[in-house]
Design a protein around this ligand. Structure first.
Ligand SMILES: Cc1ncc(COP(=O)(O)O)c(C=O)c1O
Length: 402
């Protein structure tokens, strides 16, 4: 058995005093790091019991698509299990370059660059571009990876209230003209499900002469006539300078990307530390993403099914009396109020066979705790209705619904 260190180390005092998670575990209200031991797309097995997965970002249901699995297996055999080095040195594969070309083409941009995670893509783009004396403007609800990219950069970060473009306009006007600046927003906000107002952001960026980047983590495969995300949704592809995103959602794998003008991508390739100082995306993931991208292009009916499920769930929750905020997408926040209530409802739904994600402080303010539900193209109408029935039953039992 492992032995524990008995010395008293000041640094670790906070670890001993960190009791919040253990208290929730003892109360049976701990909703994190739950091990799944089997997965079949919309159904997972946990502790021997089946649950309908309503907390995944697998929007198009491609993690189990035979073409994705076959492509990943073939690449595993051909290239081995890992790249064992940085893209910069020994870790670049022909598959990486193929994917970069295909992404650029898909998003209608000149060039692309892939990273080992979406998190690193944002770190790399923001910290790679924003140097000393330069500024990045962030929506307060931007993803943590954008915030961390700003922290890693040598420039200044200015945050504006979620969606407050008047406030942003003022902050841009107060900023130092003549130095480089970037506005970066989530295309679809990951906790609210609302869509960035690009028709207003684009003229603002143009008026102030700053670059505009959109994180399409939750929009690729979901928004736009061909699934090419938020800019395509608004018909503003050529006005958005950089599109960043991830392979860990609609593209059913792991990894991240940025697409934009060739000279910007070339610069990032040689200056983004989260690209250079880490190992490259394994061949099996890269090949799986190539196959998934092909499916996004050729099976638009999946996007249609995703939206049908989204509407069914949104309408159902609203008619039950739940507040689902301003969502416009398959990300549905079911607003519950205080943390304890939220965790109790989460647990009751979980026991009834519905997997959702509770979102509690510090991710959201204490009074705005929520269950985050997300839909997939491959959910059946029966699964959506079953989830709605459970939401109705549990809501009434706990007095959340009339
Ligand atoms: C908006 C947004 N950007 C970036 C990321 C990071 O992506 P990844 O999980 O691929 O690192 C996420 C993932 O949660 C996200 O929601």
């Amino acid at each position: 058995m492992a032995t524990s260190v008995s010395r008293n180390i000041a640094l670790f005092e906070k670890c001993k005093n960190f009791t919040r998670a253990r208290e929730a575990q003892a109360a049976g209200l701990y909703a994190y790091f739950i091990p799944i031991h089997e997965s079949e797309d919309t159904t997972v097995k946990i502790g021997g019991k089946s649950k309908v997965m309503m907390g995944s970002n697998n929007y198009l249901g491609l993690t189990h698509h035979p073409k994705v699995l076959e492509a990943a297996a073939a690449a595993l055999k051909k290239y081995g299990s890992g790249c064992t080095g940085s893209r910069f040195l020994n870790g670049t594969l022909d598959l990486h370059e193929q994917l970069e070309l295909e992404l650029a083409e898909f998003f209608n941009k000149e060039a692309g660059l892939i990273f080992s995670t979406g998190y690193q893509a944002n770190l790399g783009v923001v910290s790679g571009l924003i140097g000393r004396g330069e500024t990045v403007y962030l929506d307060k609800l931007d993803h943590a990876s954008i915030v961390d990219g700003a922290k890693l950069s040598f420039g200044e970060a200015v945050r504006f209230k979620h969606g407050d473009l008047r406030g942003l306009d003022q902050k841009l006007a107060d900023g130092d003209r003549g130095t480089g600046s970037l506005i970066i927003v989530d295309g679809v906000f990951s906790m609210e499900g609302d869509i960035a107002d690009l028709p207003k952001l684009v003229p603002l960026a143009q008026k102030h002469g700053v670059a505009l980047a959109v994180d399409d983590a939750h929009s690729l495969g979901v928004l736009g006539p061909t699934g090419a995300g938020t800019a395509e949704h608004f018909g503003l592809t050529s006005e958005v300078d950089l599109i960043v995103g991830t392979f860990s959602k609609s593209l059913a794998s792991i990894g991240g990307y940025v697409v934009g003008d060739e000279y910007v991508i070339h610069y990032l390739k040689h200056n983004a530390r989260p690209l250079i100082f880490t190992a490259a995306l394994p061949a099996s993931n890269t090949a799986g993403v190539l196959a998934a991208l092909d499916i996004v292009r050729h099976e638009p009916e999946r996007r249609a099914a995703l939206w049908e499920n989204t509407r069914r769930m949104q309408d159902g929750l609203r008619s039950l009396g739940y507040d689902i905020g301003l969502t416009e997408t398959p990300i549905i926040p079911v607003l519950m109020g205080e943390m304890e209530n939220t965790l109790v409802i989460w647990r009751k739904l979980f026991d009834a066979g519905i997997f959702t994600n509770p979102v509690v402080p510090p991710a959201v303010p204490p009074s705005q705790c929520r269950l985050r539900v997300s839909l997939m193209a491959t959910h059946t109408a029966e699964q959506v209705d079953f989830a709605l029935d459970q939401f109705a039953r549990v809501g009434r039992e706990l007095g959340v619904l009339a």
